[in-house]
Ligand binder design. Structure first.
Ligand SMILES: [Zn+2]
Length: 337
């Protein structure tokens, strides 16, 4: 597929294409931005465009998607396209020093068929200290034909020394309307479902393309019940629900839905346009709460929920986290007495 098929990311696409056109491709890039918005796809397209066998047209360098080189990069069989990713089998997935060493041994050789020998490092924030140090040495003295593409949604977790060796390309989620349009075309779903998915995933196109509408709608109903004023009034109900959800490994799901509800409450409280709300079917409930909710507490709560999403939940006691979040939601939405 060509760059134009990648939803959004106009700035990164323009920069990357221009760097090929003017022969200014750096030796290392850091593609950073939220999860599931197209960073890895952009990196693959960039690699394909650099090594594409087809002459490009008036729109500039691109990946034709059909030549041998493009197809081999897509199927991960290209001899000059190397991929490092964390071992997902591990409890705490990491990129180990051995993985970096293996690449180092290959990257020093000239490309076999392409113009550049390219190494894509996905979830680069998962490099161990040792692996990051080994990579740093390679980045400090890169082979002329080598190109490293590091991808991360947590750039701050990478050593500053590694970051400083990379050209930084920031990715932001595409506009909601772009995601909706893509969903309607690619998934052939009704506009109402496209809108629902685009808002529920916060325009994370990767998630929106995969998510099951029916499953999400069912979860929405279920968790709405948990967050209704009626449930929140009883502390016992909150504690029982938190325990049950934790035991069935559904605490992360519950937290995601609470975050979506809190976002809607804030939007209603701040007088935003109805079109921005996810829970449009619950407009009456949202508006009823609008008069009494405490916007400051909800904003604090949203910040906390976002920080939980960003952190690895592995080390958290999710039952306690969920209890605490629900009690705070109760404080922020229910008037005293
Ligand atoms: Zn091609």
């Amino acid at each position: 597929m060509p760059f134009s098929d990648l939803i959004g990311h106009e700035r990164p696409k323009a920069i990357l294409k221009a760097s090929i056109l003017h022969d200014r491709v750096a030796h290392a890039y850091l593609f950073h931005g939220e999860d599931s918005i197209g960073k890895k796809q952009a990196a693959q397209l960039f690699a394909q465009a650099i090594n594409c066998d087809t002459d490009y047209g008036p729109s500039g360098p691109d990946a034709c998607g059909a030549c041998r080189s493009c197809l081999q990069i897509e199927s991960r069989t290209h001899p000059d396209f190397l991929l490092i990713e964390p071992d997902q089998e591990q409890a705490n997935p990491q990129i180990k020093i051995e993985q970096v060493r293996e690449i180092e041994e290959q990257i020093i050789y000239r490309p076999l068929i392409g113009r550049r020998k390219i190494c894509l490092i996905d979830e680069a924030d998962r490099l161990t200290q040792g692996a990051a140090n080994a990579l740093l040495k390679t980045l400090e003295e890169p082979a002329a034909h080598s190109l490293f593409l590091l991808i991360t949604s947590r750039p701050a977790a990478l050593p500053a020394t590694v970051r400083s060796r990379c050209q930084s390309i920031r990715f932001v989620p595409p506009a909601r309307t772009q995601v909706e349009a893509a969903l309607i075309t690619k998934r052939e779903i009704p506009p109402a479902d496209a809108r629902f998915l685009a808002i529920a995933t916060q325009a994370r196109i990767g998630q929106a393309l995969q998510a099951e509408v029916a499953t999400l709608r069912a979860q929405q109903d279920e968790f709405f019940h948990l967050m209704s004023a009626q449930s929140l009034r009883s502390v016992t109900t909150i504690l029982t629900a938190a325990e049950a959800l934790h035991k069935s490994d559904r605490a992360p799901e519950a937290l995601a839905w609470i975050e979506r509800w809190v976002r809607d409450l804030i939007l209603v409280g701040a007088g935003a346009d109805q079109d921005s709300l996810l829970n449009l079917e619950r407009l009456t409930e949202l508006q009823e709460l609008a008069g009494t909710l405490q916007l400051g507490l909800l904003l604090d709560l949203l910040m906390e929920l976002e920080s939980i999403q960003r952190s690895s939940t592995r080390n958290l006691n999710l039952q306690m986290v969920l209890e605490n979040i629900l009690l705070r939601l109760r404080d922020a939405t229910l008037t005293a007495g």
